[in-house]
Write a protein that binds this ligand. Structure first.
Ligand code: NAD
Ligand code: GLY
Length: 360
């Protein structure tokens, strides 16, 4: 097992990464506040892993809530189902919520914990590659609104993250590939040596080589933890973690939540960000080709969906948390490993990029 730390003063916490971690009472126990524990999971993950997790919680008063599966259920209505259960079972302010599942369960459970009685403790037990490398770390929690992805939420850090890499064995290939998009993101943002490693080891990751996966998860979490420690609430550098997300969130909202996986939309978004960066003269064609090729080899889509025309795409992109005073700010690339936040791209340049790469 490897243990990293997210350094945030009194809100610091460990990330445990390794095989056989579910059910280890000594890992989860020290992070549980009070006696009451609500495990929130979904109908896909519960039959696979709930019993194993519960085995490590024998000393507590444990309830579990099994939600429907899917991005389309990451809503205020589903959030209310969590509050209903907490209130029905008279959970008090010293309770702990445990999120067992992918990023949808993690974001929603974390947001429930942020709101219930003005804030209770929660623990992340991520079970997808995407959630192990990204969403379980850093304290961004929330739900979607029909008009915008992740638009309702809060910063609320977990007490700890327990990433059991064995859970990845039951993940289907499409979900594994979606997770790889967020892994590649770290290489593009500020870790060019990791991008090179990914270029050379992608086949091992696709073949689920345990050593390669553990390394990619650890390095991704290390990269993310460093950025979060520098800028917890996204006043500056943390926005770099949104590389590909302004394009990606537009795809997810425009296509209907769940039609494209989050990782697929972000993967295409990073390619579009690369194309726009090349159009601005910031990225060489050779680097752009490396990015497009790696994304394609990872099985990710590399062009915008034909269902969203460029005008609608721009409208959707304008509903973004990086918009300031009506100005759209994007994360673009000045090289592999050199992401920047910029308002320099014009609407005409974005439109031309979209229309050259799939959007009607
Ligand atoms: P997800 O939570 O929908 O999980 C993907 C699918 O895999 C689901 O059907 C799920 O039930 C299933 N699953 C989960 N674990 C499994 C396992 N071990 N074996 C078999 N099936 C399993 O999707 P995701 O990709 O994990 O997360 C995407 C979400 O994360 C999006 O809502 C996105 O906005 C959010 N996100 C949040 C952050 C953040 O910082 N908070 C960062 C990135 C993404
Ligand atoms: N996934 C973006 C962030 O955590 O900031």
């Amino acid at each position: 097992m490897k243990t990293l730390r997210v350094e945030l003063g009194e809100r610091s916490y460990p990330i445990h990464i390794g095989s056989g971690l579910l059910g280890r009472a000594e890992l989860i126990g020290p992070h549980i506040r009070g006696r009451q524990v609500l495990v929130v999971t979904n109908e896909t993950v519960a039959p696979l892993y709930l019993d194993r997790l519960l085995a490590g919680l024998g000393d507590y008063q444990v309830e579990h809530l099994i939600l429907p599966d899917g991005e389309e259920f990451k809503t205020l209505d589903t959030l209310n189902a969590v509050f209903d259960r907490l209130l029905e079972r008279r959970f008090d302010r010293r309770c702990t919520l445990v999120a067992l599942g992918g990023g949808v369960i993690g974001d929603l459970t974390g947001f429930a914990a942020a709101c219930y009685q003005r804030g209770v403790a929660f623990i992340q037990v991520p079970t997808t590659l995407l959630s192990q490398v990204d969403s379980s770390v850093g304290g961004k929690t929330g739900v979607n609104h029909p008009l915008g992805k992740n638009m309702i939420g809060a910063f609320h850090q977990p007490q700890c993250v327990i990433a059991d890499t064995d859970t990845l064995n039951t993940l289907d290939d499409r979900q594994l590939q979606a997770g790889l998009a967020e892994v590649i993101k770290y290489g593009l943002i500020n870790d060019p040596a990791f991008f090179d490693w990914l270029d050379g080891n992608l086949d091992r990751l696709l073949a689920r080589d345990p050593e390669a996966l553990a390394y990619a998860i650890e390095r991704s979490c290390r990269d993310k933890a460093a950025i979060v420690a520098e800028d917890e609430t996204e006043a500056g550098a943390r926005a770099l973690l949104n590389l590909g997300h302004t394009f990606g969130h537009a795809i997810e909202t425009g296509m209907g939540y769940g039609a494209w996986l989050h990782g697929e939309a972000v993967g295409t978004g990073m390619v579009l960000a690369g194309q726009l960066s090349a159009r601005l003269g910031w990225l060489t064609n050779a680097d752009l080709e490396r990015i497009v090729s790696l994304m394609g080899r990872a099985g990710l889509p590399t062009v915008a969906p034909a269902e969203i025309d460029s005008r609608r795409f721009l409208e959707l992109m304008a509903v973004d948390k990086k918009v300031q005073d009506g100005l759209l700010r994007l994360v673009l690339l000045k090289g592999i490993g050199k992401a920047v936040i910029t308002a320099e791209a014009t609407a005409a340049q974005i439109t031309a990029t979209l229309e050259a790469h799939g959007a009607p």
